[in-house]
Design a protein around this ligand. Structure first.
Ligand code: AMP
Length: 290
């Protein structure tokens, strides 16, 4: 497994692979790898001849009061995990290499509409930071396929739109959320939770699941958007009673993230939630399948 920190070296290495006709799959990460990340790598391996994983704590996607400086960085362990999975290339440039003119001078990429709500509403720089960094990675790596996690559902739609708008010849693949045994979605940020918080952290997922089950059982005569709204209000109230500060908890259309209309069926939609539990931001979602 190659570990490359330099842009030109990365480009040259991948150019050689491409000349040999090899298909390249790319999994972008911020490191501190867990089974969620590794499931994306495993999927990538089934889809391409070579797999590239980036490890970059992207400063552009953190707000001024967020956890950029304390975000867990575990490069040595990450490299071991990826080596065990026989990944071909780990690309991990420093901030200076990636943003040679400084992060504030970096040209930005903005994906409109889909970024204005949900996580975008409470984290105004977040999706622009992600879209900008991912555009850079796509240009450098020029993968045939990229694999992202459903846990960050809104991010998946943003990247899909970015691929369409910039005509990147890249196939987008979304993989299901990997969970702890109690249902909590795996996340590098879960380690910020103290023991009390960790014990109740799964409640977000439990509430989302409850809403999904209730919506699946609606009869066609019932008003789906209204029921969705009241189930979400109820879940929000229950979570707040437990000490969660709910950012959003809402049923949205799977393609557009718009609120459902009476013509939508529950199986077109998903339930998304984000909250703060103490200092930790938790996000999750469950798709409503037919
Ligand atoms: P991150 O390192 O948090 O930026 O995540 C890198 C990629 O891993 C993104 O595509 C995430 O959606 C994905 N990911 C993070 N957590 C999980 C999880 N629990 N299950 C599946 N994919 C995940």
């Amino acid at each position: 497994m190659k570990v490359i920190f330099d842009l030109i070296e990365c480009r040259n290495f991948l150019q050689q692979l491409r000349e040999q006709g090899e298909r390249i799959a790319f999994v972008p990460t911020m490191g501190n790898l867990h089974q969620g990340h590794l499931s994306l790598v495993a999927k990538a391996k089934t889809l391409a001849d070579r797999v590239v994983v980036s490890i970059i704590v992207n400063p552009l996607q953190f707000g001024p009061n967020e956890d950029f400086s304390t975000y867990p960085r575990t490069m040595k362990e990450d490299i071991e995990k990826l080596e065990n999975m026989a990944v071909d290339l780990v690309f991990s440039p420093s901030e200076e290499v990636l943003f040679p003119y400084g992060r504030d001078a970096q040209t930005r990429v903005t994906v409109p509409f889909i970024t204005s709500e949900l996580c975008g509403a409470s984290r105004p720089d977040f999706f622009c930071g992600i879209a900008t960094a991912v555009t850079k990675y796509f240009n450098l790596i020029q993968p045939d396929i990229t694999v992202f996690g459903q846990k960050d559902f809104q991010q998946c739609l943003v990247i899909k739109q970015l691929i369409l708008d910039f005509n990147f010849p890249i196939e987008f693949v979304m993989e299901p959320t990997v969970r702890e045994s109690d249902g909590l979605a795996m996340s590098s940020r879960n380690q910020y939770l103290n023991a009390q918080e960790r014990a109740i952290a799964t409640e977000l997922y439990q509430r989302l699941q409850y809403i999904v089950q209730a919506l699946k059982q609606l009869s066609p005569e019932e008003n789906f958007p209204q029921q969705a709204h009241s189930l979400c209000q109820d879940a929000r109230f229950k979570l707040e009673k437990l000490g969660f500060a709910v950012d959003y908890l809402t049923v949205r259309h799977q393609q557009t993230l718009s609120l459902p209309s009476v013509n939508d069926s529950p199986s077109d939609c998903l339930v998304l939630g984000a909250d703060m539990l103490g200092k930790t931001r938790l996000i999750d979602n469950v798709v409503i399948t037919g």
